[in-house]
Design a protein around this ligand. Sequence first.
Ligand SMILES: [Zn+2]
Length: 131
Amino acid sequence: MNIKTLRQAWLMKAINILRHDFSQIGETFPEEIHILVEYHKFAPPGWLGSYVEDGDHHSIYISPIVDGLVALVILVHELIHASVQENHSERFYAVSKAIGLNDGALAGPEEVLLERFHEVEQILGMYPEEA
Ligand SMILES: [Zn+2]
């Protein structure tokens, strides 16, 4: 398996772990979400991730240049979009705060969420890196 496939599989498992964290704050996101560790075709400079909904098909794109911890921060940010089905709305920021991301992620995760990310790394092993 190449690095992209390994990372996508790792992030899919992380989603299944994080689903529990969302349910604890009363939030859910679609059962099936496709993960792509690649640039989204409309990615602007500095882009890190996107949530894309096309009918019943839900996809999260994660930048291929970020490390595991940043990938998890982006993943949670995009899962909030998948959960609230809204852009950076008031509700988006409310859920973001509840899950432990400051200001929708860009200020970084709260201590509790950071610990949770370290747990994810303990369960899954470290995010696959380029050899
Ligand atoms: Zn966003």
